[in-house]
Design a protein around this ligand. Sequence first.
Ligand SMILES: Cc1ncc(COP(=O)(O)O)c(C=O)c1O
Length: 369
Amino acid sequence: MKEVKLFSAVALHSSLNLSSVVDRVTKSHSYILGQEVASFEKEFAHYIGVQECLTVANGTDALELALKGINVKPGDKVATVANAGFYSSTAIYAVGATPLYVDIDEEAITMSLDSLKAAITANNFPKAVILTHLYGQLAPNILKIQQFCKEAGVKLIEDCAQSAGASLHGKKAGSFGDIATFSFYPTKNLGALGDGGAIVTDNLKISERIKKLRQYGWSEKYKVSLAGGCNSRMDEIQAAILREKLPYLDQWNEVRRAIAITYNEQFSKLPLQCPFSLGSDYVAHLYVIRVKRDQRDSLRHFLRERGVATDVHYPIPDHLQVAYPQKKKWHLPITEFAGQGIVSLPCYPGLTKDEQDWVATQVKEFFIK
Ligand SMILES: Cc1ncc(COP(=O)(O)O)c(C=O)c1O
């Protein structure tokens, strides 16, 4: 029997000389907002294909600062999905705004444009839309949502925490919205050795605001010129690590995609739904299959018994989280239905061929049984 982890950075990290990177920063004696951060911001903006990148402490801060950057205020509404782990909801509540939950597309399980249109009324007009490219899948309707937001005068924020490097017609996730956010949490496709996040935009006014907001609202040292600031900075070590890793991101995404292709082939005759795109618009951050809801727990149990770790991303939709009782009853049938049948399987660079075969064989055995 094999033990297969849901994620491991061991193989990937042992292929790099990260201690020399840490050494470089140690010797520079510069730890916060120094040369490494400035260089990473330039390199990441160039990689995504936008003008500006501002690093912050994590992906949730990135969402919160993005909302503040486009002037979302207490009492405003922000449209988002309810199946993306509560990160967008956390940021929306943190700025005093209210989520306007929108149902998802049946196939892609990212935001549905029809549901977005249906959710917007005169009384429920959002200041912004947060579109999450879930599991590494660039939302297939991104161009339509972009067009809709533009015509409606609503700002579009892309949450690219799971989709670093995904692209559509050569354009990267993060370059479609007015602003976009990233997380560099260690399990992400581009992961730091701790927390990290970034905001990217082509709008210099927005980036100027966020540059102040991420550091106490300072326009210069000790001069607070903008209210609503916080301390959310990436440190030099994380920036240096990310600089070391960024040149490999496309190659690692290819490896993830190749694993997804293998699984899709292996599962093609099983009664389950696989990720629907295996093109450059999917960077296989998570490989999520959908099974009948009454089979989900027994499949997970079966796999656990055979050494295969799985997870559910995410088990409780945002509108049903008990800490945030909702004033209205949301009608999100696809969100609620899809959430009950999802299972994430191991998919990351370093997962060996033997491990992939083991995972695929166990999944097949469960269904054959
Ligand atoms: C879709 C999505 N958005 C936002 C975040 C938040 O990122 P962080 O954990 O860096 O705050 C995550 C991270 O797990 C995420 O998956």
